[in-house]
Design a protein around this ligand. Sequence first.
Ligand code: A3P
Length: 313
Amino acid sequence: MENSRKAFTDFVDKAVAAASLLNRDELMFSYKGILYPVTICSPEAFKALESFEARSDDVILAAYPKSGTNWLSQILNDLIAISQKKTLTKESSGDAEKPQEFPYLEVGDPEKYERMMKLPSPRFMVTHLRPENLPTSIFKNKVKILLLVRNPKDVATSFFHFCNGIATLPSYETWDDFFTDFMSKKAAWGCYFEYLSEWNKYIDKENIMTITYEELKENPALGVKNIAAFFGITLTEEELQLVVERSSFQSMKKNSEKTHGSFGNVFFRKGGVRDWKNIFSEDQNEKMDKVFEEQVAGTKLGKKLKYDVYCKA
Ligand code: A3P
């Protein structure tokens, strides 16, 4: 973990430094109709990713940005460590020199995928990509994917604050401006609603498990238990409690400077449900309710989100 944390903070610091030299309108590029941050992604890397050879024992976390990706990464890293009989309380120091890759599959230089071939199993990776933009080997080799989804109003709220907290993404003078971009497919990694519609086509596959941010928040122990079972990892009651405690918002926020460097507070903001109530206008509520109804509500994934509970009440 120590190495991947260092890789994470170094990578983010470098990207932020590069972004500070760019104008707002230079921060994103379009690839296959979707916008991505130039400081961490590139068309060359996307091209190289197409031939990435996934392994059947890779562990993949898929989520639209701001859905709780860092939270679930913590849980999955701990579960993998437990499956390898590593103790969670003590940091391992044995492989301090081993280079680690930034865990986001689509983020990094084009040579990254060559280097990843040398990494031992199980490799853990995170992605914000839509399924049709993932390498086909992931589906061919039936890699297990944990798909994390969060209600769109809290995602948009979180995304707005994130854009204004980190220089790699264009900042916004007003929430209204951000809302307009979010609803018109101009957010990084594309349209939330299309993301859900595309992933909905895959959720009945045996190698995919879906979890919502809200259900994990309501019952973290049950969520962690189900995730462990999906990946075939057995846990003692004590281990389960430890994973839950180490991934609590309070604990992650407290450690965030160590794990996420100077942007810890930006990654771990409020960690709650229904913060959208503080920012959405009536008109914006109506607009989002309508789009959700038209594009996602009738799908399995849409129903899983319990929109009426988390986005209307
Ligand atoms: P908020 O901005 O609403 O607080 P991502 O990791 O995909 O970027 O998602 C970030 C969101 O997940 C932020 O939401 C963040 O606070 C929240 N989050 C991070 N760790 C969490 C945890 N352990 N428990 C609950 N929410 C968490």
